[in-house]
Design a protein around this ligand. Structure first.
Ligand code: ADP
Ligand code: 5GP
Length: 217
């Protein structure tokens, strides 16, 4: 059957204090649905071992980053942990016009800017909380990615991020990873069915009406 009801792409934002599990959950969502497109951010922070330009981030110097902002090429941008981060606009526009959802792993400042942008109506924001602060620290240590000083910095910033939890559409406590993943999939599945996300509905109902009237004759 011909596709009667094309979808409009959603901007799906995941935020959390560092270590709560948003990158892990984002990866699981991407594995679950190959049509999801991940918004690769630009940043001025140096790459970590194993990170590749264009895969985890687009790594730029401050001058190049600021030029992109000045050119209006960023959907949102923010200063986080002493570096600039931003979401390039063009890939997002392309994906959502094609009916693909875009996943963002960004902080509360970026989430707020996107929510207040022209694309705000098509935004779904989800905040991930850790089950406890002790577990948050344990996860940062277990991840084995940062030295003690960086972990201390992330822990210090965690409350600032958590304090913005109430600006989000959904808030999940990521205790059991599989359970949180299932909740995320449920949310995304339901949100995709919102009327505003289904621009083809009007035509479909018009066709139903036509068929209904013809059936009466
Ligand atoms: P973030 O992207 O929010 O900084 P990560 O996704 O990198 O966090 O997760 C931090 C660490 O915690 C990783 O080692 C990850 O495997 C682990 N982790 C994530 N979610 C859970 C969970 N529900 N239970 C136990 N460990 C988790
Ligand atoms: P990291 O340096 O650990 O990869 O990311 C640090 C923080 O920056 C995380 O909270 C992450 O969500 C946030 N971040 C990453 N990319 C962007 C972005 O494009 N915009 C904003 N506002 N925050 C970002």
């Amino acid at each position: 059957m011909e596709l009667t009801n094309p979808r409009r792409g959603l901007l799906v934002i995941l935020s959390s204090p560092s270590g709560a599990g948003k990158s892990t959950l984002a990866r699981r969502l991407m594995d679950w649905d190959a049509t999801l497109s991940f918004s690769v951010s630009a940043t001025t922070r140096p790459p970590r071992p194993g990170e590749e330009h264009g895969r985890e981030y687009y790594f730029h110097d401050k001058t190049a980053f600021q030029a992109m902002v000045a050119d209006g090429a960023m959907l949102e941008h923010a200063h986080v942990f002493g570096n600039f981060y931003g979401s390039p606009m063009a890939p997002v526009e392309k994906a959502i016009e094609a009916g693909r959802d875009v996943l963002f792993d960004i902080d509360w400042q970026g989430a707020q800017q996107i929510r207040n942008s022209v694309l705000g109506l098509h935004t779904l924001s989800i905040f991930i909380l850790p089950p406890s602060i002790t577990e948050l620290r344990r996860r940062l240590e277990a991840r084995g990615q940062d030295d003690e000083e960086t972990i201390a910095k992330r822990m210090q910033k965690s409350w600032d991020e958590i304090s913005h939890w109430d600006g989000y559409d959904y808030v999940l406590v990521n205790d059991d990873l599989d359970a949180t993943e299932a909740q995320l999939k449920t949310i995304l599945t339901a949100e995709r069915l919102r009327r505003a996300q289904q621009p083809g509905l009007k035509d479909h109902v018009r066709r139903l009406h036509q068929e209904f009237i013809e059936g009466q004759i």
